[in-house]
Unconditional design. Structure first.
Length: 149
């Protein structure tokens, strides 16, 4: 029997799992929808993978998104804007007068370049529990919270 034939029929070796944070998997309702979309996409990719590398990658993604879906906790929208909580959109003004606005979301939905930061990020942790007018130490400087919505 040809060695090439044996290799083609061997089981696909799975890639190591993607690391999963130990932080609680709090998500917004939108974050849960994104996880479910990513899970469906990974499942479709696994079913249509044309080679072993693609199949192994799709399987790894499926395991990751399946685990993230199983542990997702949808946080309710904050009803009180007196202090910063998960789900709030917060505007800060840095010492150099840069005004920045971020929404605090789950780890898998965070995209700082698009205005969302993870609840586990240093900035989010510095903001939690603070109110408008409070000054927080961030990135070697300070910033004042000017709006919470």
């Amino acid at each position: 029997m040809s060695r090439a034939f044996v290799k083609d029929t061997e089981e696909v070796e799975d890639l190591p799992d993607r690391p999963i944070s130990e932080l609680p998997n709090d998500v917004t309702a939108e974050g849960l929808r994104r996880i479910e979309q990513a899970l469906a996409a990974a499942q479709a990719a696994a079913q249509s993978a044309g080679d072993r590398a693609a199949l192994a990658s799709a399987r790894r993604d499926f395991r990751y998104w399946n685990a993230r879906r199983a542990t997702a906790r949808v946080a309710p929208e904050p009803s009180d804007n007196s202090v910063v909580r998960f789900g709030h959109t917060v505007t800060i003004v840095r010492e150099d007068d840069r005004r920045q606005t971020y929404r605090i979301v789950g780890e898998d939905e965070a995209e700082p370049a698009h205005g969302t930061i993870s609840h586990g990020s240093p900035l989010a942790r510095a903001l939690f529990g603070k109110g408008v007018g409070d000054v927080v130490a961030i990135a070697g400087g300070e910033a004042e919270i000017v709006e919470i919505r």
